[in-house]
Design a binder for this molecule. Structure first.
Ligand SMILES: [Zn+2]
Length: 411
């Protein structure tokens, strides 16, 4: 029996007083982050040294007495944790810089930027005395806040580490980070290869398919109309703000639908399979291809891999990631013959060597499933090396030389 850290997120049911208090806290956190960022940059240019979160918090406490007395209205945690986040943001940036130099990272290094109110009110984290009741949560300074869902947050047998309150399109959520005892269940399910795609969200090596609901595509017209309504209104006007809120609500609906589909799929895989083999898709690169971008973003590939990795650790499943540049689609799953002429338009692969006729995606998934036993260097979803719980094993997909299996194409 070991312990794991796990977050439980649920929606808050705030009254007007609490709403104002939450907005103040989020505002204070945002201000502290931006102020800290500016101070760090100033200090670095002057002395080539950057003050830590603790230094900055001390400085901010002095500043409260003169420049920012309104900070007294909110919990000190809001600013403190925001400055801690800023430190983490820099640590993340420097780590990624190093990886970039070593050539172990694809993508951006991510220098910390200012937080803008235009991009949402944001969030704040509180520590200290946090008590969970079946229908409410008690937080420092904010008091007892009602929850929209009863009984989801764990009330007993866990240690509460922190609570993060966040806003999205007018809805407020609390995410409670807890440390809880965890026994990894014995997972006796089969190993499976998963081929992610645009037409079908996922194809499994056992022939099962998960359709891609294409949530965004369905609602795109309405979103477009809302977006036009926003851009037609004068900047800074009340009507523009209201139109932006309507647009935000529409985006939120799509995001929730997408998250729901991906959560269901990843939970099912992690619970019922002992090993899941994925292909390392270059999602950021694929999003640059405009004809594919909408469909891929809509599928939530990045979220799929991230969720599968952490859920695998909960349910005793192992995730293996096959390297991207190996041709899992072009290799025959029966005999290992590589079809150099296969294009994206070919939905069925015909093997010239053994005569196997099989759905293209199932073929790729079977090739992936053959890597279930392998494990080597591991990378996380950001393309960085990772270790510990919920890690993925990274393997090289080599051309297979095996006796041909007897396989028939699914009808
Ligand atoms: Zn073949």
């Amino acid at each position: 029996m070991s312990t794991i850290q796990r977050a439980y997120k649920t929606e808050l049911d705030l009254n007007n007083v609490q709403l104002t208090a939450c907005r103040k806290h989020a505002g204070a956190a945002r201000w502290a982050y931006n102020w800290g960022l500016a101070r760090k940059q100033e200090a670095y240019h002057a002395t080539s040294k950057s003050p830590s979160a603790i230094d900055l918090h001390r400085e901010l406490n002095a500043l409260k007495q003169t420049d920012v007395p309104w900070m007294y209205a909110v919990s000190k945690c809001a600013a403190q944790e925001a400055l801690r986040n800023l430190d983490n943001a820099f640590a993340h940036f420097f780590r990624r810089c190093q990886l970039k130099q070593q050539g172990k990272l694809r993508g951006k290094v991510g220098y910390p930027t200012r937080k803008s109110k235009k991009r949402g009110l944001g969030s704040f984290r509180l520590t200290g005395t946090i008590v969970v009741f079946p229908g409410a949560i008690q937080l420092p300074r904010l008091g007892r806040l009602r929850l929209k869902e009863r009984g989801y947050l764990p009330t007993g047998g866990v240690r509460i580490l922190s609570a993060t309150v966040s806003e999205q399109a007018g809805h407020w959520y609390v995410s409670v980070l807890v440390e809880q005892a965890h026994a990894i269940p014995a997972n006796r399910g089969p190993a499976v290869g998963v081929d992610l795609g645009v037409k079908k969200l996922a194809t499994l090596s056992d022939g099962a398919e998960e359709p891609n609901p294409r949530h965004l595509k369905q609602r795109r017209r309405k979103i477009k109309r809302c977006q036009r309504a926003v851009s037609r209104k004068p900047k800074g006007s009340h009507n523009r703000r209201k139109a932006a809120q309507r647009l935000g609500t529409r985006h939120r609906t799509v995001a929730n639908q997408r998250a729901n589909t991906v959560h269901h799929l990843t939970s099912r895989l992690a619970k019922t399979k002992s090993v899941v083999v994925l292909e390392d898709l270059n999602v950021a690169g694929m999003l640059k291809n405009h004809s594919l971008a909408l469909a891929i973003g809509d599928g939530g590939f990045g979220a799929f891999r991230r969720q599968l990795t952490y859920k695998a650790a909960w349910y005793g499943c192992r995730v293996v990631v096959a390297r991207r540049w190996e041709p899992s689609s072009k290799t025959c799953s029966g005999c290992g013959w590589v079809d150099g002429n296969l294009t994206l338009a070919d939905r069925v692969s015909h093997c010239a060597a053994c005569g196997l006729v099989i759905d293209r995606d199932v073929n790729a998934a079977i090739n992936l499933s053959k890597l279930a036993g392998s494990s080597s260097e591991s990378l996380n979803a950001c393309g960085e090396a990772s270790s510990g719980y919920g890690r993925e094993a990274m393997v090289k997909l080599a051309p297979m030389k095996q006796e041909p299996d007897t396989f028939s194409a699914p009808a």
